[in-house]
Design a binder for this molecule. Structure first.
Ligand code: SF4
Length: 74
């Protein structure tokens, strides 16, 4: 299991406390999560964090798991 400390920018992120949407297996929920990311000021930092830490599950920086997987493994 990955255990990471929360970065500073995550403290005020609009996804906080919304794990069910951001880690859902339902496409409609993931779409909703991506829309939330579109309005997040930390999106670039979030995506960089996910790729740097090789996180490929959930929605991070507006990218879904398969998109993250491609970025991590490219
Ligand atoms: S980009 Fe999305 S997942 Fe990342 S902090 Fe913002 S709302 Fe959360």
């Amino acid at each position: 299991m990955i255990k990471l400390s929360s970065p500073e920018w995550f403290e005020s992120a609009p996804c906080r406390g919304n794990d069910r949407t951001f880690f859902s297996s339902k496409p409609s929920q993931r779409k909703s999560a991506v829309k939330v990311c579109a309005g997040c000021t930390a999106s670039a930092k979030c995506l960089d964090f996910a790729v740097t830490n090789k996180i490929t599950i959930g929605v991070w920086g507006g990218k879904t798991g398969p998109e993250l997987d491609r970025l991590v493994n490219s």
